[in-house]
Design a protein around this ligand. Structure first.
Ligand SMILES: [Zn+2]
Length: 81
């Protein structure tokens, strides 16, 4: 499993789709269960979306929405961390 540090290190690549599928899934798995990393990823998404208004698009809109939706849905389950 990845720890928070690994997720932080890979976050930008993860969001730009540059990670291998298997690593990508590990990051998603961690982010869905870890509030700290979820916040970090949301911040990066926000930053990327802001950047994208001006130039290249590292992540597709649909992808970002799918992640945000997954995170939202997860929140409602109230799992203890
Ligand atoms: Zn974490």
């Amino acid at each position: 499993m990845l720890n928070c540090r690994d997720v932080g290190t890979n976050a930008t690549e993860f969001l730009s789709g540059a990670l291998p599928l298997k690593t990508n899934l590990l990051v998603v798995w961690h982010v869905l269960r870890c509030g700290n990393c979820r916040l970090a990823v949301i911040q990066i998404i926000t930053m990327l979306m802001a950047l994208r208004k001006r130039k290249a698009k590292p992540v597709s809109e649909a992808q970002v929405q799918a992640w945000l939706k997954a995170m939202e849905e997860h929140k409602h389950h109230h799992h203890p961390h």
